[in-house]
Every structure is written in structure tokens, then in C-alpha cells.
Design a protein around this ligand. Structure first.
Ligand code: CUA
Length: 156
């Protein structure tokens, strides 16, 4: 097949653009990887979650007026603690990690929806104004028990 000169030129431009794009992408990924960790970013050894504070004692603690702190561990296939209970109007600060693979943490009926990564400590807060049972679901496929991975927050 005969390539017209003009086609060759366009092909050349196309390849140059692609190379340029990949170079930019590579530089971006590199500089992002090199960026200093943000102050709230910290990690734990996922194999030692059960021995590492605060994850050695998962549970919910009252820290103020209608203010709670929940330490949670996501694992295949569940969450620790199994059930949380707070009075209506309470704010819960969640601190969590995964002790094995990537899990999800979605509180149905709220805008809380995040990934829980092994070794990464995630923080998120939510105020539960409406009484009810809030379902927490794993929305990252994590294995055969994925669809059974859930827990509940009871707001009274
Ligand atoms: Cu944990 Cu899906």
C-alpha cells in the first residue's frame, strides 16, 4: 500500500501527539507519586491491624455531646464492630481501615461512599439527624462473600 505524503505527515503528527501525551501523563503520575503525604494521611501494616491502635479495639466511643468516634475494620466479609447505635442528631467520626483487600463503605441513604484500602486509614464524618436503621454496604467486589458484607447503624 502506498502512503501519500500528506498521510505520512498526519501519521507523524499523530505519533508525536501520542508520545507527548504519554510523556505528560508519565510526568504527572511521577510528580503525584513524589508528592508529600497530606497531614491526614497515614498508614498501618495491614497484616497487623488487629494489634495496631486504634484498630486493636474497634468500637464506638462518645467523645462529646452527640459526638461519637467509631473505629472500624473492614474485612472479608464484614465490618467490626458488627453494629453501631447512636441517638438521633449524633455526629460520628469514622476511622477505618481494611485488614485484607479493598472494601467499600457505603451508608445507604447518605452521601457517604468510599473505598477502604488495606494499610490506609480513612476518615469520614456524618451527622445522623433522622432516626432509623442505616445499612452499611461494601460496594467493592472483594470475593465470594462480597454481597453479604454489611453492617448497621441504628439511630434512635
Ligand atoms: Cu467487601 Cu465487597
Amino acid at each position: 500500500m502506498h502512503l501519500h505524503r500528506l498521510e505520512k505527515t498526519w501519521l507523524g503528527i499523530g505519533i508525536t501527539m501520542l508520545a507527548l501525551f504519554l510523556a505528560i501523563l508519565g510526568t504527572m503520575a511521577f510528580s503525584m507519586g513524589m508528592a508529600p503525604p497530606s497531614e491526614h494521611h497515614h498508614t498501618v501494616d495491614p497484616r497487623k491491624v488487629a494489634e495496631t491502635a486504634p484498630f486493636d479495639r474497634p468500637g464506638i466511643t462518645q467523645v462529646g455531646d452527640k459526638h461519637y468516634e467509631a473505629v472500624m475494620v473492614a474485612y472479608a466479609f464484614g465490618y467490626e464492630p458488627e453494629k453501631l447505635e447512636v441517638p438521633a442528631g449524633s455526629k460520628i467520626d469514622f476511622t477505618m481501615t481494611s485488614s485484607d483487600v479493598v472494601h467499600g463503605f457505603e451508608i445507604v441513604g447518605t452521601n457517604i461512599n468510599l473505598m477502604v484500602l488495606p494499610g490506609e486509614v480513612s476518615h469520614i464524618s456524618h451527622t445522623f439527624d433522622q432516626p432509623g436503621e442505616y445499612l452499611i454496604l461494601c460496594n467493592e467486589y472483594c470475593g465470594t462473600g462480597h454481597e453479604y458484607m454489611k453492617t448497621t447503624i441504628v439511630v434512635k
